[in-house]
Design a protein around this ligand. Structure first.
Ligand SMILES: Cc1cc2nc3c(=O)[nH]c(=O)nc-3n(C[C@H](O)[C@H](O)[C@H](O)COP(=O)(O)OP(=O)(O)OC[C@H]3O[C@@H](n4cnc5c(N)ncnc54)[C@H](O)[C@@H]3O)c2cc1C
Length: 504
């Protein structure tokens, strides 16, 4: 059935897998994307938003390099905000909320337009390794598919275990099965693996909420967009979010469930994302705070489903229900999905090189959450870099590596492979020592020429950068001249005054 040897096989169609497959295929490599469910390409497993502080810069860098995350976000956005506007421009960070269902649909449409890219829905259960080199994969149907390179982007699915209160069951995400076989094959090949955890809040029915009791959080009056290309435009209309608060009463109810919480009764041992804590973690760690903010974020243009940002939890359903009902505006709340926590396998990223290829097995790459990161943006960036480097490896061309002073993506990969990570790694501006240079508004000037040189960024994208650079140079030389003339006017004026006073 699969009688070709693909240049690149990408396992997993999440944010990392989608970018990886798009990049390698667009660079001329025959690519096969194998994923468990073709309906869920680049599924937003948690909050329906892209960007944010330091993450927005990454999305712009992905776009500047010719990746698709920025374009897809623009095309499916429902709200746009430039964060950190009160700080200097280097800290400004774009964030957009997207329509979750349209986001996945738009990604699939864009991938389907790429020649060289094939799709196959199945689960990879084994890796074919010969003499320290990956040569293909085996699927749950027993099908063997050969490839010159393989990129694993299995996200939270490897031996995934979902927890809600005292209930535990296998799964890679709510409603989707876990993936087994890959970790076991990698361990056999000598790789080290570990366990991490993450969690997500409940989704509720918008019609059951009382928005009059909440504070509206509108988008920017003049929204911008992510992509440097003219193919997308800023939003004309936006959906508002709302804010409410927990209270001591809510905290007391949540505490009453701690003995049934997998995090507090010792059933979950693995480390979670420190900067995205669950609500039970927040009230435990910040016990002196009498309230926490909750943001009600719509999941799309025409769905009643809303995401309760700030209420990530794995407490039992009855506690989630009872506690949320005490939050202003949620008195008659109807749940669509309960919050849950998930534990999964990851592979310490010190086992990788700067190209995201593994040191142990030739032609095998890892990208995304499998490397111990958290977040769509971090995953997408790694996928893009792994896709580029897999294609370059097959074409016997030099590797493509971004340095720490060139991009947040360079910082991300360098941090991962040199320092490793013991907790889910997310990007911050403070991690980038060259952050004043790595602005969200100059990613095109920094990165498009590099990407154009390796054959990924289009001619059109490059032409726009050349035009922008010429205009910038012209303006800078005008300012320099202006400075000179102003200096000359002041100099002449004072020299004139001085000579007059001497003459007197
Ligand atoms: C419950 C939950 C809560 C989260 N909370 C946060 C948060 O608070 N903050 C944050 O920044 N991020 C959070 N995330 C993480 C965010 O969703 C991920 O960082 C991001 O989606 C990772 O992208 P990825 O491409 O690496 O993997 P994923 O998006 O997980 O995609 C993996 C893909 O691989 C496929 N796959 C897996 N195994 C196989 C196989 N063997 N064969 C074929 N296909 C396979 C899956 O079907 C899926 O399409 C959360 C994720 C989950 C599940």
């Amino acid at each position: 059935m699969f009688d070709t040897v693909y240049d690149v096989i990408v396992i997993g169609g999440g944010h990392a897998g989608a970018e990886a497959a798009a990049a390698s295929a667009r660079m001329g490599s025959s690519t096969l994307l194998i994923t468990m469910n073709l309906q869920n390409i680049a599924q937003m497993s948690c909050n329906p938003a892209m960007g944010g502080i330091a993450k927005g810069q990454i999305v712009r860098e992905i776009d500047a390099l010719g990746g698709y995350s920025g374009v897809v976000t623009d095309k499916t956005a429902i709200q746009f905000k430039m964060l950190n506007k009160s700080k200097g421009p280097a800290m400004w960070s774009p964030r957009a909320q997207s329509d979750r269902m349209r986001f996945a649909e738009c990604w699939r449409t864009m991938l389907e337009r790429i020649p060289n890219l094939d799709f196959y829905q199945d689960t990879v259960t084994g890796l074919l390794i010969e003499l320290d080199k990956i040569v293909g994969v085996r699927t749950s149907l027993g099908i063997v598919i050969k490839a010159k390179t393989v990129i694993i982007t299995a996200g939270t699915f490897l031996n995934g275990l979902i927890h809600i209160g005292d209930k535990t069951f296998g799964g890679g995400r709510a409603g989707e099965s876990a993936s087994t076989g890959i970790t076991e094959d990698l361990n056999k090949a000598g790789f080290q693996s570990g366990r991490m955890k993450t969690g997500t809040p409940p989704r509720v029915d918008s019609r059951s909420l009382d928005y009059d009791k909440m504070i509206p959080q509108p988008g920017d009056a003049q929204p911008q967009k992510f992509s440097y290309l003219p193919d997308t435009s800023p939003l004309q209309a936006q959906r508002s979010c709302y804010m409410s608060h927990t209270s001591l009463e809510v905290h007391a109810v949540l505490r009453s469930g701690f003995d049934r919480s997998p995090m507090f009764n010792g059933r979950i041992q693995s480390v979670g994302p420190r900067y995205c804590p669950s609500i039970e973690d927040k009230i435990d760690r910040f016990a002196s705070k009498d309230r926490h903010q909750l943001f009600v974020e719509p999941e799309g243009w025409d769905t009643v489903e809303v995401y309760v940002n700030g209420f990530s939890t794995s407490l039992p359903e009855d506690i989630q229900d009872k506690a949320l009902r005490l939050v202003p505006g949620f008195e008659r709340v109807k749940f669509l999905r309960y919050g849950y926590a998930i534990e999964y396998d990851y592979f310490p990223p010190t086992q990788l090189t700067h190209t995201l290829a593994t040191k142990r097995i030739n032609n095998l790459f890892f990208a995304g959450q499998i490397n111990g990161t958290t977040g769509y943006e971090e995953a997408a960036a790694q996928g893009l870099m792994a896709g580029i480097n897999a294609a370059l490896l097959v074409q016997e061309k030099p590797a493509f590596i971004l340095q720490r002073d060139q991009a947040y993506i360079g910082v991300l990969i360098d941090d991962l492979i040199t320092k490793g990570t013991e907790e889910p790694y997310r990007m911050f501006t403070s991690r980038a020592e060259y952050r004043t240079l790595l602005r969200q508004d100059n990613a095109d000037l920094r990165l498009t020429p590099l990407s154009y040189k390796i054959g990924l960024a289009s001619k059109e994208r490059m032409n726009r950068v050349v035009e922008k650079q010429e205009k910038t140079d012209l303006f800078v030389s005008f300012l320099k001249k202006l400075n000179f003339f102003l200096f000359k006017i002041f100099f002449d004026f004072f020299f004139d005054l001085e000579s007059k006073s001497k003459a007197e």
